[in-house]
Ligand binder design. Sequence first.
Ligand code: MN
Ligand code: MN
Length: 272
Amino acid sequence: MSTASIQLFGIPFDAKSTHLRGPAQAPQKIRETLNNGSGNWFSECGRDLQEPGLWNDTGDLPLTDDWDDASSQIRQRAADVVQAGAKFLALGGDHSVSFPLIEAVATHCESSRQEPLTIVHLDAHPDLYDNFEGDKFAHACPFARVMESFPRTRLIQIGIRTATQHQREQMERFGVECFPAAQWNIDQLPQPSGAVYLSLDMDVFDPAYAPGVSHHEPGGLSTRDALQIIARLQGQLISADLVEFNPSRDPVEITAAAAAKLTKEMLVALLA
Ligand code: MN
Ligand code: MN
């Protein structure tokens, strides 16, 4: 493994999608966009991400549609990074990949820290279904699995606009702090202390900003809203994922550009 303190890796896996496939193509598309010459490598705060030694792209995990194998590889890669004292930025993939990623991070936190992990989850959907059409690991379920496995975790959800009665009951059951898109204002941003994990589902955005997702859900956040959240987040960001970008739904590559910019700004937040 590289000695850089931040490891970026891709998770080309979308077999737990419930509607459309496509997010498996996202990691490669985001890399192409970052390198297509249309922009530079400076972050908004002036950090040059091409400075050597800051971060390292360790490529894509070699995955098939087999969930048992994929989840085990994902969990192992994440555990290897955090146990080495480094951080990761994982580019999904559908949102199912966040459970094995967070399993590794939360396990490491519980063994090495007093305070439980805080998760900041940006999404149109709560992803708290107990199961989706019988599947407990579908991309609609990862945060139910996280909260069952690590009940001390503080889960903050922002941008939600699709919560069913069942998912509202799950929020109550797990003590989730939910900030629906309808009332979102940056001044409401909770300020966690201790270790923070950021999970960003690209469908948190209004489809006007990011049409390249499998589930269009109008009335979402702007790109600027998410950039403000990332820039103002307190606590220690220890790892993050960006999921659910579906390049097959992306006219004029507008979502690819948003995902590439968010990748840069999330790398900077991890460097802080
Ligand atoms: Mn999601
Ligand atoms: Mn979603």
